[in-house]
Design a protein. Structure first.
Length: 711
């Protein structure tokens, strides 16, 4: 066996071979001893060990895997005896150089699902006992090891191995796509305006180097000012590295590189939006990790932009860019172009290591393009059901279909979610199907109940916070209500309907099924949390859910305020929800001109309108004080200054929301932003294309006259 292994390693070293995954499966001491022997025979200096084994190689715990993204190693060891994370595995595979090995150490594949994984507690909610849990995910992964013909497996009894050569054709085609990208970037800079470019790629496709090469050539040609932005300056380090390689005489000054009269400068996203600095072209790297709202503002402010981003794999953000931003870009600048880099640069096409992880973790691009039947929806033939974890691993096709739906619908879906779906007892999966074909899926997490019963007082008083139980803890602590933490809840974390069958009522039908199943199990609340926007607000309100909480800060990943909605399922829960909504309404009225100034005004109006009747604010067709009305009339007809009647106007809007909502949307937005959100005049003038205070107040008078017609 030892000689077979040595011969395999020597043969790989003697030819131009693809990267591969070597799994060493057995008891811990044996596996680590053999791994160290392999590393010694490879005689490689750039080795990374993920785990906490005692050896002389550079090593990090698996939780720090992100610190190594962007680095390159000849060989990477993933010691699964110290824990396994799906996100880490697929991410670290991208750090292995061409021709290198990723070596995984794990228990015997038969025993691995029952091995006490040290990482399991990071996936489970508080109250779930990790002992005696079987990992369906590791059972699934072990099967994937055995089924992959390009994977190499070493056990005490056998060594299954192969070698896959890199063909001459693959070598010749290596940089063709990258050169196309360079030309396309230059065309954005030097060609017609308002024709942005989107470059999308998996890891290792050379998008950063393409930006660097294009920038260097543009600087040589005399392009004076290039601005590059990204979520963090470290993100663009590879771009700067390639510029310095091609322009060795360039000078680095803080966050910029200067070459003769040309310059490329890193500018943070927020500064880019606020200052709008002059530039010949704007590069936005890792655009999918930037809120869609910010990307939209950049698109509106600049005429020459290159968006570059990773489409999937590690952060789980690329799908959101695909689903949300491209629709907006089509409306703002429809002449944009797109370039997909599919040919790897750091390794070669048909790389076995990449193919294994993309297949095993269901991340192949073509798998995301859902296979759709052409059959018409007949609602009588549709049924909903719960899918068990055993059923999921028994049918890879079903699991892949469900995960593809989640990937396409939710920008934050990642490989770790696949692991949670299969491993966490508190996570359950439901589907809606027709004739055996899955049309949609929903995922719930069980929260609250007995797990938090003894902690309710500590959670509600903000003395304690435990893992998981997001809604149960958030609402309990926000409003100091211990009983809410102890109530039994199902939180809908994901809901995804096949794009072809959306707007057919399938999502509502699936939620209704979940609600009925929850009632059978004596659940008190079904809840959900999401980034607040008008389509989602309408969907959840239509499904019978009511708002309980709105975050004071904007979520970085979505660019929206997070909100919590819930549906009570019994009398006691309904009474508790009313008490919570009373407090939420007071909080919303207080925060709307402070932390919620940037909230979409139409969303704010609808939100206020929905909770007003729940709180019995008597806002529908409320009789207004005649004196108040007269004061507003005096302002509208030029007899009274605005400063003397702002409170009166605010009362008019809040107490007559239904009438406000009947006005044109532009009028609703203007009144809400000026009076309820207290936006400054400079912002309002820019939004409404007005010259200043005088025109703003004149527009206010005109808009108020429309509202006064109802009285």
């Amino acid at each position: 066996m030892h000689s077979q292994l040595q011969n395999w390693l020597q043969k790989r070293a003697s030819i131009n071979s693809h990267r591969q995954l070597l799994v060493i499966s057995g008891d811990q001491t044996w596996a680590r001893t053999n791994t160290l022997a392999i590393l010694q025979s490879l005689n490689s200096e750039d080795i990374l060990w993920i785990g906490q084994s005692t050896n002389d190689y550079p090593q990090i715990p698996i939780k720090e895997y992100k610190s190594k993204l962007g680095h390159e190693y000849s060989n990477v060891v993933l010691d699964c005896f110290d824990g396994f994370r799906a996100n880490a595995a697929i991410a670290l595979s991208g750090t292995v150089k061409s021709g290198g090995l990723m070596i995984m150490l794990c228990p015997n594949l038969t025993h691995w699902p029952n091995y006490p994984d040290p990482e399991i507690t990071n996936r489970l909610s508080f109250g779930i006992d990790p002992t005696n849990l079987t990992s369906f995910f590791l059972q699934y992964l072990g099967n994937a090891f055995i089924e992959d013909e390009n994977l190499c497996l070493l056990t005490k009894d056998k060594f299954i191995h192969c070698i896959k050569n890199v063909s001459d054709e693959q070598i010749q085609k290596h940089f063709v796509q990258q050169q196309k990208a360079v030309v396309a970037i230059q065309k954005v800079t030097l060609g017609h305006r308002n024709r942005p470019l989107i470059i999308t790629a998996d890891r290792g496709r050379g998008k950063s180097s393409a930006l660097g090469i294009a920038a260097a050539e543009l600087m040589q040609q005399g392009t004076r000012q290039i601005i590059i932005s990204a979520p963090h300056i470290d993100t663009v380090s590879q771009v700067f590295k390639h510029i310095k390689r091609l322009l060795p005489t360039c000078i680095k000054i803080k966050n910029q590189l200067k070459y003769q009269d040309s310059c490329i400068k890193f500018v943070p996203i927020d500064i880019l939006i606020i200052d709008e600095p002059p530039a010949d072209v704007i590069f936005i790297d890792e655009a999918a990790a930037i809120p869609v709202k910010n990307l939209t503002e950049i698109t509106q402010r600049f005429s020459r932009i290159v968006f570059s981003t990773t489409i999937h794999g590690y952060e789980g953000s690329g799908r959101g860019f695909d689903l949300r931003f491209k629709k907006i870009l089509t409306q703002i600048k429809p002449a944009y172009s797109e370039l997909l880099l599919s040919e790897p640069i750091r390794w070669y096409q048909d790389d076995p290591l990449e193919q294994f992880w993309f297949n095993a973790l269901l991340y192949k691009i073509q798998d995301n393009e859902l296979k759709l039947s052409n059959s018409l929806i007949q609602h009588a033939d549709i049924n909903c059901k719960r899918i068990s974890k055993q059923q999921l691993i028994s049918s890879t096709e079903t699991l892949a279909h469900i995960f593809s739906l989640l990937l396409n619908a939710h920008y934050q879906t990642s490989p770790d979610d696949l692991q949670r779906i299969l491993d966490c007892p508190e996570v359950e999966c439901f589907v809606i199907e027709q004739n055996g074909e899955i049309l949609g899926t929903a995922q719930i997490i069980i929260e609250g109940g007995e797990s938090l019963e003894l902690l309710g007082a500590d959670i509600s008083s903000c003395k304690r916070r435990v893992k998981g139980h997001l809604v149960a803890q958030n609402i309990s602590s926000s409003y100091n209500i211990p009983s809410f933490a102890a109530s039994k809840q199902w939180r809908i974390t994901r809901i995804a309907i096949n794009p072809r069958f959306q707007s057919e009522g399938l999502g509502s039908q699936l939620i209704e099924f979940i609600k009925q199943q929850a009632k059978k199990q004596h659940v008190d609340f079904v809840s959900t949390a999401f980034g607040l926007n008008m389509p989602l607000l309408n969907f959840w309100q239509k499904s019978g859910f009511s708002s309980l909480k709105l975050s004071s800060k904007i979520e970085v990943s979505s660019g929206e305020h997070n909100c919590i909605y819930a549906l009570p399922l019994n009398h006691n829960a309904n009474e508790l929800q009313k008490a919570i909504q009373n407090q939420f309404c007071e909080d919303l009225l207080f925060q709307m001109d402070k932390n919620l100034q940037a909230l979409d005004p139409l969303v704010l109006i609808q939100l206020l309108g929905s909770i007003s009747t729940q709180k019995d604010m008597q806002t529908v067709d409320k009789n207004i004080n005649p004196s108040n009305l007269e004061i507003i009339h005096q302002f509208c007809f030029g007899n009274r200054p605005l400063s003397s009647c702002m409170r009166n106007i605010k009362d008019l809007l809040i107490n007559n929301l239904k009438k406000v909502q009947s006005l044109p949307e532009q009028t609703q937005s203007f009144l809400t932003e000026l009076i309820l959100q207290n936006r400054d005049y400079q912002y309002l003038a820019k939004q409404s294309n007005l010259s200043g205070k005088k025109q703003i107040e004149q527009k206010l008078k005109t808009d108020l006259k429309l509202l006064l017609e109802y009285f």
